[in-house]
Design a protein around this ligand. Sequence first.
Ligand code: G3P
Length: 216
Amino acid sequence: MKFFVDTADVSAIKELNDLGMVDGVTTNPSLILKSGRDIVEVTKEICDMVSGPVSAEVVATEAKAMIAEGLKLAKIAPNIAIKVPLTWDGLTACKAFSSEGHMVNVTLCFSAAQAILAAKAGATFVSPFIGRLDDIHMDGVELIDDIRTIYDNYDYKTQILAASIRTVNHIIDCAKIGADVITAPPAVIKSMVNHVLTDKGLEQFLKDWAKTGQKI
Ligand code: G3P
């Protein structure tokens, strides 16, 4: 399973990237706002650091304008994945980009029906949002499972990029289902290391070691 980092925070990406844990990055308008940076400047910096796909999202809502924006974003670096929303215009832009050989991430996917359309339009990635479905008492993980089954039934090449990941359990569930990629905030990825028995065991080892009076 590939790990994308869902942030435009360059230092947080660097920390994980230095450990070899970053296969790609996803950004969106809200994350650009949070970074306080210029979209082109910060996206370029991320693309220079990370060799995998870096998603940069268009903000136009009509296909023609989306295509113009997407082509501008694609000029930032060769590893840009143009991110478009799962609307009819977004799918039109997706088809135009994928036909020209650009990577496309179709975002804001909340149903299996939408995911089928993204695959048909040639999306490189489809981004179903787990957490936001959970927020409205629907089952986000079940959606990932449904899309996996459908894509496998027809050998669709679009990669399932599970997004809106809020917990470590979301990541484990996605790994069990066989999502191709998860994108999660750096803090969620880092919290995968935590286990109470690791902390307890280490504390005991250190206490016992102190009693030996030895040094390494
Ligand atoms: O990249 C989009 C997605 O991951 C958003 O997550 O937590 O804002 O629902 P969230």
